[in-house]
Design a protein around this ligand. Structure first.
Ligand code: ADP
Ligand code: ZN
Length: 679
């Protein structure tokens, strides 16, 4: 028997470091093995040989998991980067790199449609001059480089991706395409399938574990050469990667909000760097992070300023919802004429909808609020119904049903106020369900469909809705931002944003940026197929804040103006992307314990600053109650760490947390590097 050697193994446990094990077998980095841990058996990934002899007794590796070949070295390097950058246990990071089921498990005949449909191939359109310039500029690059394809909605970014993928395939390489989960529609997959046929694999949340496992092996064994997926597709080790594409790179959903809190876009750029291949980020409304990188020359900028085929961007009209005083007879008449309209519908929007419907075209109304009303209030005592687990008001659904949008708590709405027992509860605010009810009354005989999380709960629901929009069956679509992304309906000529103000005032420094993005994306659904010379699509934005920064720029399709303005605002306060941010959330079931721990964390932060000279530049904010002060029965505090020197925040946070043995039981500290969500 050969002599035992020592190995660093990343084991599936919440440990900050890899552990040392011995083995008499020859092993390589990237190999999955079975190891004992305490009294249990678990999986671990070999990171490499070691000479360090730990203090405790060294255990032996049980066996090699022969199902998997060793992960490629660059891929392991990328996993190690994730663990160290996002301060997440390396052993738990590496578990994501394997499929959910064993390959050998017997395949059951499935009644489900195949993951990738079989379609006849399309014919290649001639690239527009802008598409051609961008394609050629990106295609020049062989090794790592990052590109921002900054193209207005409908400018043909996807066609540029398809050409780049085609080029990579012709060179014998493979491609990875990331899209936000919600945009991973059948429409999109079909578009790729028509171009590349059976070379496509897809990974998204609607797949069964079996489908997921099969897709994973098809990619890893090289049977498929293009993988399209949501952010987690990054964890499938695509061999010979020649290009990585991240569509809608600004989407906050690229950030995973739990466990490993990575940003899929940033992780994709790091992957390109480690695997030495180009990375293309595409968006009509780039994140300020990416925009700054492009402005400062770290990313190559490729603009697509025009929609394809001479199609015009939609006209944007902003309607002030503040009540107009009737000071002459004409205005009095007008107010009379439209007195049947609900308060959320301006005469302008109503008339444009009528015209659009008369022409046989479609309209869509967006409102980022589900339900009938935002909240119920007692007019006598001011009592509002709040969720007992979360610190937010309940939303009224289906007449008398109150729902918490965070934890799904339900209750029946009572008529009498449960607090003062006198007033009768009244619903105030606006939701998609109410819009639908009002529209049915205003446009009798028209087909109205609603798309929000209450109506669309599965991919099948979404497919059904898309088909009904495409066939022209639906006249009016009402929905939340869920349908604002990527969809492309030829007959959709009018988009109305019912209340753009939703979201202006969220307690988050990105609120204005998010509003700008949403307004632009939703507007971008309008008139995508108008022919040259035809009148363009129309967008009507209703608001109580016509002068809000996000609106002033969005109505003129002026992303660059917006970005310059907003970057100045961020710089003044050192907020990202100018500074770097780390958030610590302190949570637990007992308020006083949570408060105490939050204060202790802050004291540790200040003494660390005082002890280490270089940390002078780090700012510590808080602790403060989180905007959602209670969620699912847990009290929440947070502490923010901010600095204009990015590398400082990471090491500072690592030292601040330490071994966490100082954290009292019953309290958890959750760290989020480059957080997207501060609520
Ligand atoms: P984006 O992703 O930039 O919003 P898309 O790639 O969806 O835009 O393109 C918008 C529409 O234009 C699609 O229907 C697409 O098929 C079409 N299209 C793209 N490129 C061309 C081209 N070069 N010639 C004609 N039509 C094109
Ligand atoms: Zn709740």
């Amino acid at each position: 028997m050969s002599e035992a050697s020592l190995w660093k193994v990343a084991v599936d446990a919440p440990l900050p470091e890899a552990l040392t094990y011995s083995s008499t077998e020859p092993l390589v980095r990237g190999q999955l093995v079975n190891v004992p841990l305490g009294k249990r058996k678990t999986k671990g990934l070999i990171l490499g040989p070691t000479n360090e002899v730990p203090e405790f007794k060294i255990k032996a590796i049980d066996s090699i998991d022969n199902e998997y070949a060793p992960l490629p070295n660059p891929f392991v390097k990328w996993l190690e980067w994730l663990g160290s950058y996002y301060l997440h246990p390396i052993g738990q990071v590496v578990q994501s790199a394997f499929p959910p089921l064993k390959k050998t498990e017997k395949q059951r005949a499935s009644k489900r449609a195949p993951v990738i449909p079989q379609l006849d191939s399309d014919k290649l359109p001639d690239l527009t001059p802008e598409q051609k310039t961008s394609f050629e500029a990106i295609a020049q690059h062989q090794g790592f480089s990052t590109h921002l394809l900054f193209g207005v909605t409908g400018s043909g970014k996807t066609e540029v991706y398809l050409r780049l993928l085609d080029k990579a395939l012709k060179e014998g390489k493979r491609g990875l395409v990331l899209v936000p989960e919600i945009s991973l529609t059948p429409q999109l997959i079909q578009r790729f399938a028509r171009r590349f046929g059976d070379k496509i694999a897809a990974l998204h949340s609607q797949l069964t574990d079996r489908e997921r496992t099969n897709q994973w092996w098809d990619v890893v064994e090289g049977k498929k050469s293009i993988l399209i997926g949501a952010r987690s597709a990054l964890f499938c080790p695509v061999p010979d990667l020649g290009i990585i594409i991240v569509d809608e790179e600004h989407e906050p959903s690229y950030k995973q909000d739990e466990k490993l809190k990575y940003n899929g876009r940033d992780a994709a750029v790091m992957m390109g760097k480690i695997m030495n291949c180009p990375v293309v980020l595409g968006s009509a409304t780039p994140s300020l992070e990416t925009w700054k990188n492009a402005q400062e020359g770290r990313y190559h900028l490729h603009p697509l300023k025009n929609r394809v085929a001479g199609r015009a961007l939609p006209d944007v009209e902003v309607i002030d919802l503040r009540k107009q005083k009737a000071d002459d007879d004409h205005q009095k008449l007008m107010i009379e004429k439209y007195s049947h309209l609900p308060y959320w519908m301006s005469p302008q929007l109503f008339e444009r909808m009528r015209e659009t419907l008369e022409r046989g075209d479609q309209s869509a109304l967006f409102l980022n609020r589900r339900g009938i009303a935002q909240m119920v209030v007692c007019p006598a005592c001011g009592h509002t119904r709040e969720c007992p687990n979360c610190d937010i008001s309940l939303t009224l659904h289906a007449g008398s049903h109150l729902v918490c949008h965070y934890c799904d708590y339900h209750e029946q709405m009572k008529k009498k106020c449960p607090d003062c027992k006198e007033g009768e509860l009244e619903a105030i605010g606006l939701g998609t369900e109410l819009l639908e009810t009002d529209l049915t009354r205003l446009f009798p005989g028209k087909v109205i469909a609603r798309a929000d999380r209450d109506e669309i709960q599965s991919r099948a629901d979404l497919e059904d809705l898309i088909a009904r929009m495409e066939s022209g069956e639906i006249d009016i679509l009402v929905g939340t931002q869920m349908i604002a992304k990527g969809l492309d309906f030829p007959k959709l000529k009018l988009v109305g944003l019912v209340l753009a103000d939703v979201g202006f005032n969220l307690p988050d420094f990105r609120a204005t940026e998010r509003s700008f993005q949403l307004i632009t994306q939703m507007s971008g659904r309008s008139g995508r197929h108008v022919k040259e010379g035809e009148s363009p699509g129309l967008v009507i934005i209703q608001t109580f804040n016509t002068e809000h920064d996000s609106l002033v720029f969005a109505r003129h399709h002026d992303f660059e103006g917006f970005a310059t303005h907003e970057l100045n605002v961020r710089a003044a306060l050192n907020y990202p992307p100018v500074g770097r941010l780390v958030s610590f959330r302190i949570q637990g079931a007992h308020l006083n314990k949570v408060e105490e721990t939050a204060r202790l964390l802050a004291r540790r932060a200040h003494s660390l600053k005082a002890q280490v000279e270089k940390y002078k530049a780090v700012e510590v904010l808080g602790p403060a109650e989180a905007a959602l002060a209670k969620l699912r029965g847990q009290f929440r505090y947070h502490l923010l760490v901010k600095s204009s020197q990015g590398n400082l925040t990471n090491s500072f946070s690592r030292q601040l947390l330490g071994d966490q043995e100082w954290v009292p039981s019953g309290v958890k500290i959750i760290i989020d590097i480059d957080p997207m969500n501060l609520l």
